[in-house]
Design a protein around this ligand. Structure first.
Ligand code: ADP
Length: 190
């Protein structure tokens, strides 16, 4: 069977990565999302192996020591990481694996898997980015300020990516990213 590949969708928080990713998984049949490992406790309705791989702190730390993660972060006291084994398993099954990640995480993935397809989602403007973050209303004002303070540095990294796509209107952006992925799939899977 032909191997798949990894698509890394990156860019500042609030730019619309999650929204675009959801549309893409609905449009591209062979696309799937790699399940993340976490030490966070399951919320009601979350399913082991589907929502997350739930790990104890000891298990997670052992995996870190074994170099099992492509990248891992600690947010608000919980660890999250993308398992190399999970991504490789899906790629070997011929899947196009999509991962949504911040710019720092994307740099780490590039070190581990330089053959992945790196796409930067760019906001139409900083003002619009701020409107989206505030409109989403999922973060406190302090977190929003921290996120906005790192945006210039994040935007400066855009030219290191294979493609940069502006998220002006979301379906329009998704269509452009879809075309890039399909084109890449043709090139890689032939
Ligand atoms: P990210 O995953 O990059 O942090 P989200 O996908 O959560 O961003 O999007 C942030 C907010 O912006 C959400 O409320 C989402 O509905 C909205 N949004 C995403 N794309 C667009 C767009 N093209 N135009 C307007 N709002 C958008």
């Amino acid at each position: 069977m032909k191997k798949g590949f990894l698509v890394v969708l990156s860019g500042p928080s609030g730019v619309g990565k999650g929204t675009v990713k959801k549309i893409l998984t609905e449009r591209i049949e062979e696309m799937c999302v790699a399940v993340t490992a976490t030490t966070r406790l399951p919320r009601p309705g979350e399913v082991e192996g589907k929502s997350y791989y739930f790990k104890t702190v000891e298990e997670f730390e052992r995996l870190v020591a074994e170099d099992a993660f492509i990248e891992h972060v600690t947010t608000y006291g919980n660890h999250y990481g993308s398992l190399k084994s999970e991504v490789r398993r899906l790629i070997d099954l011929g899947k196009i694996v999509i991962m949504e990640i911040d710019v720092k995480g994307a740099v780490k993935i590039k070190e581990q898997m330089p053959e992945a397809l790196f796409i930067f989602v760019m906001p139409p403007s900083k003002e619009e980015l701020e409107r989206r973050i505030r409109g989403r209303a999922t973060e406190t004002d302090d977190v929003i300020k921290t996120r906005l303070s790192i945006v210039d540095g994040e935007l400066a990294m855009a030219d290191r990516y294979d493609y940069v796509v502006v998220n002006d209107e979301v379906n329009n952006c998704a269509t452009k990213v879809e075309a890039i992925i399909r084109d890449e799939a043709k090139r890689r899977l032939n």
